[in-house]
Ligand binder design. Structure first.
Ligand SMILES: [Zn+2]
Length: 239
């Protein structure tokens, strides 16, 4: 599991008397994506609201995903909680905290949602992922507002978790370091090639020693730069 999951099952407020029904795992056909319609919030706060204001047995979502990408599991998958009306029996409710009319999911949150779905797909092969407004009778609902086509395509493409600004900077710094190191190695290799490559006699050598004896030597790349220097010293000494 590549995301952080906090288990809140059995730890959230529930209605004094009402209880959700349960189902078999095989009854589950889809995962429903919601936004909370609140700029901030928590599973505890949503549970309280759903119980007090809606009169529901407990929080409507199976999972709540925080702005920091933490996933809170609120119910077993076998609990039939309320979030998509007539489709509740077959759906898992996943709520991203945020008011997506004015906010975007954070990169961490979006990545966690994708990871959570992939984790669910492992447990529930064939599960279909839909936005709240894609369920029957909910086309009027502005939930979750984000593009579900993009979400599903990101899901199937296995998009990597977008980097945070800090991670991006660390990655850029590292890339720069590696590039600089490569440039240094290239320069050293070039210097080494120059130092070890055989060259034609340099002009200063030719002008000093252009005697018949040396013609064969001079017309071919015979020695390195250093070699020509050493030869010149030897020839001068023998003069
Ligand atoms: Zn919704």
């Amino acid at each position: 599991m590549s995301f952080k999951m906090v288990d809140l099952r059995g730890r959230l407020p529930i209605h004094a008397t009402k209880r959700y029904k349960t189902r078999k795992l095989s009854d589950i056909r889809s995962g429903a994506i919601h936004h909370s319609l609140t700029e901030s919030g928590s599973a505890e706060a949503f549970a309280g609201y759903h119980i007090r204001t809606n009169g529901w047995p407990g929080i409507g979502y199976h999972f709540v995903i925080g702005r920091d990408g933490t996933v809170y599991q609120c119910w077993d998958l076998t609990v039939v909680s309320y979030h998509v009306g007539n489709s509740n029996k077959h759906a898992v409710g996943i709520c991203m905290i945020g008011d997506f009319r004015s906010q975007q999911p954070t990169p961490e949150q979006y990545a966690a949602a994708l990871d959570l779905i992939r984790w669910l797909q492992g447990k529930l092969p064939g599960i279909v992922i839909k936005g709240h407004s894609e369920y029957p009778d909910y086309s009027w609902k502005s939930c979750p507002i984000i593009s579900m086509d993009k979400f599903r395509s990101d899901l199937s493409r296995g998009v990597e978790m977008p980097m945070t600004a800090e991670e991006r900077k660390a990655m850029d710094d590292l890339t720069k370091q590696v590039r600089e190191q490569h440039a240094r190695i290239d320069a050293q290799a070039e210097a080494l090639t120059v130092a070890t490559s055989r060259i034609l006699a340099p002009d200063w050598f030719v002008s000093e020693f252009s005697s018949g004896d040396l013609n064969g030597l001079i017309s071919e790349p015979t020695m390195t730069k250093e070699g020509w220097r050493v030869l010149a010293v030897a020839l001068r000494a023998s003069k």
